[in-house]
Structure formats: structure tokens, C-alpha cells
Design a protein around this ligand. Structure first.
Ligand code: ZN
Length: 307
């Protein structure tokens, strides 16, 4: 390791400054090009737009813009649901909301505390930012770690991004903003605290990344906007989320009981309908990494302690 480092330093020294700059020039060109998110609003209902996230994992190419974000128009100002992955994204979202509604954003709700949904919040300020106590607590505890992870993966897109804590804590109930009544459904499942929001005027259910399982909100909705993936009429999103979770939980538990290791479990075939889903293999691998240690902790005897 150190030998390679010395050799490399020696080589750089020999190459001289001109050579070094020539070698680095393409990198500087890359940095000089301003990074810009292309936010394309799709109308969902009267005065409601969705900006769809890429159906991808977070990468340096997509700048972390993988989650759906929603803009709502009200007579008092624009409302956004989730703020995106970075300060830069939040600023672009603020500009887009103003362009769509002619008004600045007066309220930004966070559906949960995952980094692809919360790091645009600086553009709106803590006073406009609302979340459940659970989300605020999650941000206080893990926000800096999430930010560090995002800088590591998405790089320069994250420049200037810091954790913004919500100045407004919401729970059950609703908020009336400029003629639009938004009803809060504080739930849990995807994270310890997830917020779904029903826009009473359009009937849209803004579900964030919520895992519905058996605690599906039975509130009727005209269309469901998931945290990732297309907005649709009907309950296909809820059913598919539940089916996926059932399928991978069974698959991972069986693999664990058969004594397969994590790499073997991650390589198992999924049901054909699940194989067709975007990021299926990637999410199975992540689930194996999450669930195996839990199964081991629960099922395996501790060798360092007497029972
Ligand atoms: Zn999430």
C-alpha cells in the first residue's frame, strides 16, 4: 500500500506540474459544468403536479433524484410534499413551484426521514417545514450520517447541503392551506414514522415510501402517489408492496433456515412478476443484508454468554 503510494508520488513529481494539470484537466472540466436537475412536472389533478424520481438507486449521475415529489397549488402559496435529495434540488423545486403556481412555497411536508426525500429542505427553511415528531427525531439522530452518505455517493450535487430540522410538528388531524384541506395519516412501516397525506380536494393519496402491509389506510382515494414509481388509480401499488414484502420475507427466511449464506440468498430466483420490477435484484440484496443479521441475532445462540 505505502510502497504504491510512494511510487505514485514519485511518478507525479517526475511528470512535473504541466503533466499533472494535463492529467487532471478533464476532472476540472467536469466540475466546471454546472449540475442541474431537470424537474419535469406531470399534472395529476387540478393544481397538483408530480415530479417523478428516476427508477434507479442513488448515483453520481442522477444526483439522488430518485423519489417522487409533489407540488400543490393553494390560494395562500405552494405546498410541496418531500423536498428531494439536496439543497440544489430544493432550490430547483422552489423555482419550479413558483413557476407552476405563481407563488412561493409556504409549506413543505416530509413523508419520512430518508435522504432522497429530505435534503432539499434548506430551500424552504425550517419555518415552512413540517413533519411528525418521529421524522424530526430521526433527522436529529441520523441526519448527519445520511448527509455524509449522500455526499459520498452523489458527490458535488450535494454541495452546501445540511440537515434542516422541521419547525412544525404535526400528528393526526389536518391542515387547511388556502382552500386545500390536507389530512394527515401518521403511520409507520417503511420507517418508524411515515406520513401519508390525503388531499381532500383532489382525492389524491400521497403515500411517500410507506409500506402498507395490513395497516393500509382504508381512506378512499382517487389516485395513489407512491414515493417511487408512477401514480395510478386503484390499489395496485398497495397490493404490489405487500406482495413483494411477503415474497422476499419468505424467500429470505427459507434461505436462512436452509443455511445459505448472504451471497447465496441474494442470488436466489425471485417470482417472475417480481423479477420484472425495477431494482428487484438490488433491493433483494439490500433486504438480505438488513434481515440476515436480525435473523442471526434472533435464531443463533450467543456463544459469549451463558443462557
Ligand atoms: Zn424511503
Amino acid at each position: 500500500m505505502s510502497e504504491a503510494l510512494i511510487t505514485r508520488r514519485g511518478a507525479l513529481g517526475l511528470a512535473g506540474a504541466a503533466g499533472v494539470y494535463a492529467a487532471l484537466a478533464p476532472m476540472f472540466d467536469l466540475c466546471a459544468a454546472p449540475l442541474a436537475y431537470k424537474l419535469e412536472p406531470v399534472p395529476l389533478a387540478d393544481g397538483v403536479w408530480m415530479i417523478a424520481g428516476a427508477q434507479e438507486a442513488i448515483t453520481r449521475a442522477n444526483g439522488g433524484a430518485i423519489a417522487n415529489v409533489v407540488v400543490l397549488d393553494t390560494s395562500d402559496g405552494a405546498v410541496v410534499v418531500d423536498t428531494g435529495p439536496s439543497k440544489r434540488y430544493g432550490e430547483a423545486l422552489q423555482a419550479l413551484a413558483r413557476q407552476l403556481t405563481g407563488k412561493p412555497v409556504v409549506r413543505a411536508y416530509l413523508t419520512h426521514f430518508h435522504p432522497d426525500h429530505v435534503f432539499g429542505s434548506q430551500a424552504f427553511g425550517g419555518g415552512a417545514l413540517a413533519s411528525t415528531e418521529g421524522v424530526a427525531k430521526g433527522l436529529r439522530l441520523l441526519g448527519d450520517d445520511f448527509a455524509a452518505a449522500m455526499y459520498h455517493i452523489a458527490g458535488d450535487w450535494m454541495r452546501g447541503t445540511e440537515v434542516e430540522l422541521p419547525g412544525r410538528i404535526i400528528s393526526e388531524g389536518s391542515e387547511q392551506i388556502g382552500g386545500r384541506k390536507l389530512t394527515f395519516l401518521p403511520l409507520g412501516g417503511h420507517t418508524p414514522s411515515d406520513l401519508a397525506i390525503l388531499d381532500e380536494s383532489s382525492g389524491l393519496l400521497l403515500a411517500g415510501d410507506l409500506v402498507f402491509l395490513d395497516r393500509a389506510p382504508t381512506t378512499p382515494h382517487a389516485k395513489l402517489v407512491p414515493g417511487h414509481g408512477p401514480a395510478e388509480k386503484g390499489v395496485r401499488g398497495i397490493a404490489q408492496t405487500r406482495d413483494w414484502l411477503d415474497a422476499i420475507e419468505t424467500l429470505i427466511r427459507d434461505a436462512f433456515e436452509k443455511g445459505l449464506d448472504m451471497a447465496e440468498a441474494s442470488a436466489l430466483p425471485l417470482p417472475p412478476w417480481a423479477e420484472k420490477m425495477a431494482l428487484a435484484r438490488y433491493e433483494l440484496e439490500r433486504s438480505v443484508m438488513h434481515l440476515y443479521p436480525k435473523l442471526e441475532a434472533r435464531e443463533w445462540p450467543r456463544v459469549d454468554r451463558k443462557a
